[in-house]
Ligand binder design. Structure first.
Ligand SMILES: Nc1nc2c(ncn2[C@@H]2O[C@H](COP(=O)(O)OP(=O)(O)O)[C@@H](O)[C@H]2O)c(=O)[nH]1
Ligand SMILES: [Mg+2]
Length: 364
């Protein structure tokens, strides 16, 4: 399952710096090389200490983590929805992602020009959101027109669609993103198919000066308040610091973070938060040569989980042998867990839990 997250924000917000930090952090923690596929697209493993713990008792040749793709999208400017700057091309990239990381400048750095004016994270964030909402408004209005002509032609369902789309357009015109509207944008197939930019889940990143860590100071607080009003997550970090950390030996990096009041780099938390934002859980498989994490939507059944690995495993599904990762670690090996009766036999409808280690039995 390939998940994509897009970094959005005004020019000079620190998107590329954060992207570099993310992709290098990924390369540093991965047991096998994760390459940046092209300059703007990088694959990052989801840090998960459970995989390593399972490996410590099963001794595989390698650990294969879940991965997220990050896309560094060119900076957005006022008027992008009307095609200013990279305009439409920029917006097309966002349409393809599963969720958005909205990077907002909260650092001062007089040498880095601010394209809009003084440092004002809430204004900056609102400019970006307005552009996204305006682009969606156009999409929704076009869809409403199409539905209206279907209604005129006698399509019985179209009238209700026109009403729903017009309601949505009215909310967008007021700057209310699709994800916060009365109509659930993700449940309604008509609207889901429009792939609206403002329907995507968002994490705000307050990109602050190192000196403002760990809480981020007043600018980060203002942005956090905006995120709170939207029910969105907000993560405070200094992108430049996160990028620099990977050049330091571990001990030095730790000491440096401690001085700043941080116990660990923020990037792993951002990556995990992105994973959680998408409503994903991981189960693990253990083969002789690898421990592998499989990201699936929460609520996935055992037979669906088997199908993620191979369609044959779903078709011939017999049962799932399940043990929680920590129970396996406590048992010391799969063999010991089996001997001790710690492995449960589950049927096709069993709902996979985060951290399950599963062996699928299937008839070929
Ligand atoms: N002081 C400071 N400067 C930063 C930080 N993050 C990025 N910058 C600087 O801001 C400038 C623009 O960063 P960049 O990542 O290219 O922004 P983008 O246009 O959003 O991709 C660069 O000169 C960065 O070094 C930060 O956390 N603190
Ligand atoms: Mg950039």
């Amino acid at each position: 399952m390939s998940l994509a997250l897009g970094l959005v924000g005004l020019p000079n917000a620190g998107k590329s710096t954060l992207f570099n930090a993310l992709t290098r952090a990924g390369a540093a923690v991965a047991p096998y090389p994760f390459t940046t596929i092209d300059p703007n697209l990088g694959q990052v493993p989801v840090p998960d200490e459970r995989g390593a713990a399972v490996a410590s008792v099963t001794h595989p040749g390698r650990i294969v983590p879940a991965v997220i793709r990050f896309i560094d999208i060119a900076g957005l400017v006022r008027g992008a929805s009307r095609g200013e700057g990279l305009g439409n091309r920029f917006l097309a990239h966002i349409r393809e992602v599963d969720a958005v990381i909205h990077v907002v400048r909260c650092f001062s750095a007089p040498e880095v020009p601010n394209v809009v004016g003084d440092l004002d994270p809430v204004r900056d964030a609102e400019i970006v959101e307005t552009e996204l909402a305006l682009a969606d408004l156009e999409t929704v209005e076009r869809a409403a027109e199409r539905a209206a002509s279907r209604a005129k032609a006698g399509d019985p369902g179209a009238r209700e669609q026109v009403a729903a789309l017009r309601r949505m357009a009215a909310d967008l015109a007021q700057g209310i993103p699709a994800r916060r509207q009365r109509l659930d944008a993700t449940d309604h197939p008509l609207i889901r198919d429009l792939r609206l930019l403002t329907a995507k889940p968002v994490i705000y990143v307050a990109n602050v000066d190192e000196g403002a860590l760990p809480d981020g100071g007043p600018h980060a607080s203002a942005l956090r308040a905006l995120a709170d009003r939207q029910g969105a997550a907000c993560i405070v970090l200094a992108a430049r610091l996160e990028a620099e950390l990977h050049d330091l030996p571990d001990e030095e990096a730790k000491a440096y973070l401690a001085v700043l009041g941080l116990s660990e780099p923020v990037l792993p938390r951002l990556i995990r938060a992105s994973f959680g934002l998408l409503g994903l859980v991981s189960f693990f498989t253990v083969l002789s040569d690898e421990v592998r994490a499989w990201p699936v939507p929460a609520g996935t059944s055992a037979v669906e989980a088997a199908g993620r690995i191979h369609t044959d495993m779903a078709h011939g599904f017999v049962r799932a042998e399940v043990i929680a990762w920590d129970a396996l670690v406590a048992a010391g090996s799969l063999h010991a867990a089996r001997e001790g009766g710690a492995i449960r036999l589950e049927g096709r409808d069993y709902v996979v839990r985060d951290g399950d280690v599963i062996t699928f039995r299937f008839a070929a």
